[in-house]
Design a binder for this molecule. Structure first.
Ligand SMILES: Nc1ncnc2c1ncn2[C@@H]1O[C@H](COP(=O)(O)OP(=O)(O)O)[C@@H](O)[C@H]1O
Ligand SMILES: [Mg+2]
Length: 402
C-alpha cells in the first residue's frame, strides 16, 4: 500500500529502508566483505592468482594438483584470491567436461572438524544425491565417509577451501584432506586451498602436514595506499551517482594503509561512512562521516578476533582490560596480577576458574590472535617472568562485554 510520501512502507519505522539501503547506496552489497568482485576489479593480485592457479591447475583435467596454503595479515586478499581461483577452475573444468566439486568452508564459523566437513558436504552435495549431512549426531569418521562417497559418485575432482584454518583446534582435517587422494580414501583428486591470517600458524602444524604442503606456501603482502585507493575506486558503483565526496576514498585508503594495508578495513570504512550519511539523512558522503565509521570498524574487527573464543578466554581478556583501565599509567602486567583479576571476573560472572597453568595458556592464545602482546622480564631474585599487554583499547574491549 502506498503511503502519503509515495514509499511502500506500512510501518513508518521502516520508511528509510529500501533495497539499496537508503538514498546513499545504489548497491550496498558490493561493499560487503564476502562479495566476490569480477576479475577486472581485482587489484594487484595477478601474479598471486597465476601462481595459485598453477599449483591447483591439474585439477581442471581431473589430475592430482598441489595443495597450497596462503598466509598473510587480514585484508590482503587471501580469501578473495582463493575464491576467485576456485571459481575460474570450476568454469575451466566444466568447459573441459570435468565435474569439479568446489566448496568453501570458513573454519572460524565451524565448530570443529566435524562441522567443517559437514559444511563442505552440504556445499558439494548435488540435489539428486540421497546423502545427508546433518549438523550433528554422526562421528567425524562418518562425515569423512559421506564426503568421500559424494565425491566418488558425482565428481571427477575436488577443490576445498579451508579459510581461517588456524581457527581449528588441530590440523587433523588439513592433513586428512591433503593426503586423501594419495592414501586411497577417495577416488578423485583433491586440491586443498588453506588460508591462514597467522603466519605463525606454521609452527602449530605437525611435520607431516607441513610436508604435504611442500613448498606450496604463499605469503601475501599488505597493500599500499594507492592499491587500496584503486580497490575502493572499483567499488564506487555501490553508491548512488555523485553522492561520494572526492576526499572520502583517499582518506579511507590512507587510514587503512596506516593499518598494515588492510583492504577489509577500507571496505568497512567506506560502507559505514555511507551508513552514517544515511542515518543523518545527508545527501552526500563526506570525509567527516569517516570518523564515526572508524569506531564501528574497530569494534567489528575486535568482534571478529574474539568470536568463537571460549568463555574463559574472554574472562582472561576482560581481566587484562580491567587492569589496563584501572592503571592507565601501566602497560604491562604480570601473569600473577592478571590471574588475580581473572579470579574476580570469574566470581562476578559465576564461573568456576581454571587452573593457573590454563590461564597462562589462554593468555598466550590471546597473543597468538594479536589481541595481547607478551614479553619476558627478569625478576630481582631468580628467574624470568612473563608480562602481557593489551593491544586494543580497553574501553572497546569492555564495551563488548556489556
Ligand atoms: N586485490 C583486491 N582487489 C579488489 N578487492 C580486494 C582485493 N583484496 C581484497 N579486496 C577486498 O577487500 C576485502 C578483504 O579481502 P579478503 O580477501 O577478505 O582479505 P583476507 O582474506 O586476506 O583477510 C574483501 O571485501 C575483498 O573483496
Ligand atoms: Mg579472509
Amino acid at each position: 500500500m502506498d503511503s502519503e510520501d509515495g514509499s511502500d512502507t506500512i510501518h513508518s519505522v521502516f520508511e528509510n529502508v529500501d533495497e539499496g539501503g537508503g538514498g546513499i547506496f545504489e548497491q550496498r552489497e558490493i561493499l560487503q566483505i564476502d562479495y566476490v568482485p569480477s576479475e577486472k576489479r581485482i587489484v594487484g593480485r595477478d601474479e598471486q592468482i597465476e601462481k595459485v592457479a598453477e599449483e591447483i591447475g591439474p585439477i581442471v583435467v581431473g589430475q592430482p594438483p598441489n595443495s597450497i596454503i596462503i598466509y598473510g595479515k587480514t585484508g590482503c586478499g587471501k580469501s578473495l584470491v582463493a575464491k576467485h581461483v576456485s571459481k575460474i577452475a570450476k568454469e575451466e573444468a566444466e568447459n573441459r567436461g570435468v565435474r569439479l566439486a568446489t566448496g568453501y568452508v570458513n573454519c572460524q564459523q565451524a565448530k570443529g572438524n566435524s562441522d567443517a566437513l559437514s559444511k563442505y558436504g552440504r556445499a558439494i552435495n548435488p540435489p539428486e544425491s540421497s546423502m545427508t549431512f546433518p549438523a550433528r549426531g554422526i562421528s567425524e569418521n562418518e562425515y569423512f565417509e559421506r564426503v568421500w562417497s559424494v565425491l566418488n559418485d558425482f565428481y571427477d575432482a575436488a577443490i576445498i577451501i579451508l579459510d581461517e584454518v588456524d581457527k581449528l583446534n588441530n590440523d587433523d582435517l588439513l592433513m586428512a584432506l591433503s593426503r586423501a587422494g594419495e592414501d586411497g580414501s577417495v577416488d578423485v583428486p583433491i586440491g586443498v586451498i588453506a588460508v591462514s591470517n597467522k603466519i605463525n600458524y606454521r609452527e602449530k602444524m605437525s611435520e607431516r602436514t607441513k610436508s604435504s604442503f611442500g613448498h606450496n606456501e604463499f605469503i601475501f603482502e599488505p597493500y599500499d595506499a594507492s592499491q587500496i585507493r584503486e580497490i575502493l575506486q572499483n567499488r564506487t558503483d555501490a553508491f548512488a551517482d555523485g553522492v561520494l565526496d572526492d576526499g572520502v576514498i583517499p582518506r579511507a585508503a590512507a587510514l587503512s594503509a596506516k593499518e598494515h594495508g588492510d583492504a577489509r578495513k577500507a571496505m568497512r570504512l567506506l560502507r559505514y561512512a555511507g551508513d552514517q550519511a544515511n542515518k543523518e539523512n545527508a545527501d552526500r558522503v563526506k570525509e567527516s562521516h569517516l570518523s564515526d565509521a572508524r569506531a564501528s570498524a574497530e569494534v567489528d574487527r575486535l568482534l571478529e578476533l574474539i568470536s568463537g573464543l571460549p568463555p574463559h578466554s574472554k574472562h582472561v581478556l576482560i581481566a587484562l582490560a580491567n587492569l589496563t583501565k584501572n592503571q592507565p599509567e601501566r602497560e604491562w602486567f604480570r601473569t600473577m596480577k592478571i590471574r588475580e583479576m581473572y579470579l574476580d571476573v570469574c566470581e562476578q560472572s559465576g564461573a568456576d576458574p581454571l587452573s593457573a597453568e590454563r590461564t597462562r595458556q589462554l593468555l598466550n592464545e590471546l597473543c597468538f590472535l594479536e589481541i595481547a602482546g607478551s614479553r619476558r622480564g627478569t625478576g630481582e631474585g631468580k628467574g624470568h617472568y612473563s608480562q602481557y599487554t593489551l593491544l586494543w583499547d580497553a574501553d572497546i574491549v569492555l564495551s563488548l562485554d556489556a
